[in-house]
Design a protein around this ligand. Structure first.
Ligand SMILES: Cc1cc2nc3c(=O)[nH]c(=O)nc-3n(C[C@H](O)[C@H](O)[C@H](O)COP(=O)(O)OP(=O)(O)OC[C@H]3O[C@@H](n4cnc5c(N)ncnc54)[C@H](O)[C@@H]3O)c2cc1C
Length: 199
């Protein structure tokens, strides 16, 4: 995807497939990666767990959460598996880390960015939308960015733009919207709340 001043290749991806269509022997709804194999960063750990259970020949139990994702949507879940820090990321861990990086980078972005920095930020966001390893997430993000080109003019504009894109994902996943007012963004991603609990 080219946001204006970057010449870059587009990622070539096969249409998104799920195991329901292609692997009747695997748990239905597991997203496959471009290599045709179940893709860990495209699925939550719960879907992954279903795959493991199925491999062991046990009954696949529903966790009360829909698996996927027509139209590139990955359903999010948050039931209580203890998270380990030394395991590969699933879609939720990857998402949290990526949003943390993006919002924090925006919080420290120049208040008014010089042209060269604006170009770098456009390139970063363009590359992210092409390379993000959760393919359905990346494809959705590409669409949203096409509809709303990034505001890279300065800190406040970029922070708000990211907040709005993040809220689009929140909405898709049925999560609460975040308040994109500058004060809330600054508190969450740079200065911390006034009560000092994060100091
Ligand atoms: C580009 C991108 C696209 C994604 N697309 C998908 C997808 O299609 N399907 C899917 O299942 N997952 C997707 N994800 C992952 C998803 O957005 C979440 O990161 C993941 O579900 C974990 O959610 P979470 O509830 O832990 O908090 P996250 O949504 O990761 O948020 C982390 C923290 O950011 C803060 N926050 C929340 N909303 C905002 C906001 N609007 N602005 C600023 N701060 C905010 C909150 O304090 C929150 O605790 C995507 C991630 C990225 C980076």
């Amino acid at each position: 995807m080219d946001f204006g001043d970057q010449a870059g290749p587009s990622r070539i991806t096969e249409p998104l497939r799920t195991t329901k269509e292609t692997h009747p022997n695997l748990p239905p709804g597991l997203i496959l990666g471009p290599d045709g194999k179940p893709c860990k960063v495209c699925n939550s750990w719960q879907d992954w767990a279903k795959l493991k259970v199925k491999k062991k020949g046990e009954t696949v139990e529903s966790h009360g959460t829909a698996a996927i994702m027509g139209g590139g949507k990955v359903a999010s879940r948050s039931s209580g598996k203890p998270s380990r820090k030394d395991c590969p990321a699933d879609t939720e861990a990857l998402g949290r880390s990526t949003w943390t990086f993006l919002h924090t980078t925006a919080a420290y972005y120049p208040v008014s960015a010089p042209t060269s920095t604006q170009t770098q930020m456009r390139n970063l966001l363009s590359s992210l939308s092409l390379l993000y390893p959760c393919v359905p997430c990346a494809e959705d993000f590409q669409e949203k960015v096409k509809e709303n080109p990034p505001d890279v003019s300065g800190r406040e504009g970029l922070s708000r733009w990211l907040c709005e894109r993040h809220n689009e994902v929140n909405e898709k996943l049925g999560k609460e919207s975040f308040d994109c007012a500058w004060k809330s963004l600054n508190e969450r991603w740079k200065d911390g709340p006034e009560d000092g609990r994060c100091d």
